[in-house]
Design a protein. Sequence first.
Length: 109
Amino acid sequence: MHSRRKRNRYKFTEKKQSKKGIAALVVAILIEIIYIVFLNTAIRTNGGLSMYFGSVGILMLGASIADFVFAVSSLFDEKAFMTFPRLAVFFALITVISWGGTYVVGFII
């Protein structure tokens, strides 16, 4: 008696990993590492950093917003798997919240 085997065990697809999603994820992680370094430096100096650190911080806030837009645009690639674009959007949102939240708190205090 023949056991029924499923012939099509593998699904072949034309989808590939999203290069835009991977790039956005790597940039978001790098921006968050820079944020942690800046935060650590600010804590060690009791908030006495120079204006140059502030200008680089504003640049990083702009870069995190641009990375978030780039990550969201990677979601619309129909011929790619969505794992990396979704991770990129998540981490880019974390970076925007980190940098933006720091500046909001800085203006309030």
